[in-house]
Structures are given as structure tokens and as C-alpha cells.
Design a protein around this ligand. Sequence first.
Ligand code: I3P
Length: 116
Amino acid sequence: MVEKEGYLQKAKIADGGKKLRKNWSTSWIVLSSRKIEFYKESKQQALSNMKTGHKPESVDLCGAYIEWAKEKSSRKNVFQITTVSGNEFLLQSDIDFIILDWFNAIKNAIDRLPKD
Ligand code: I3P
């Protein structure tokens, strides 16, 4: 069940604990109770790609960690999600209430899940 969806700026900064070069891009983000899906495209494009079997990047929220990450970017309103598997994502919006809503929604989802 989808809990929240919308556009944010996203940068994946680590994959399996290995640091990646930061590369911000707009992502269509879908939060459900256990996971977040990141779509590179617009929602419309994502929906039509799904029909052809194209998969979004899926992030397991079980045991994940969310924190504000002021020091990780020159941008305002950045938070980080770290997964058990060692993937790290920065999410950002210039609009204060949008990023706050997302932070709270993801934090609530994580807090409702078992830690392992
Ligand atoms: C990075 C790019 C990012 C920037 C990052 C730069 O350069 O400018 O936007 O992050 O800063 O390294 P490049 O495109 O050459 O990889 P922010 O926008 O989040 O500041 P950083 O190295 O201080 O993370």
C-alpha cells in the first residue's frame, strides 16, 4: 500500500558500503510500509516502463536508519537513509514542509518495522 509519493532530489552516495560519486537527480519516490522505490523518470514514464518489466531501485526499510545530514551537502534540507545492506541515499527538497513531511513519513515507517 502506497503511503506517500512525490518528487525529491536524490543522490545515492554508497552502495553496499562502497562510496559512490555524488550525482543529484530528480526522482519519483514511492513510500510503502516496508520499502521505498526510486524511479528515475516521471511518474507517467515510470508507469509505462513498469509494463515493460523495467524495475525501480527498491530500498528495504527494515533496520534502516534516517538522519538529517547537514554536513553531507552544500544544499539545504538534506537527510540520509542508510540501509542494513550499506546503501546510502541523500534526499533533498528546497521546500521546508515537503522535506519535513518526507522525513517524518519515512521515520514513522522505519519505527513501525522490526529492526531485523
Ligand atoms: C559534486 C557535485 C555535487 C556536490 C558535490 C560535488 O561534484 O557538485 O552537487 O554536492 O559536493 O563533489 P561533481 O559533479 O564534480 O561530482 P552538493 O550539491 O550536495 O553540495 P561534495 O563533494 O561536497 O559532496
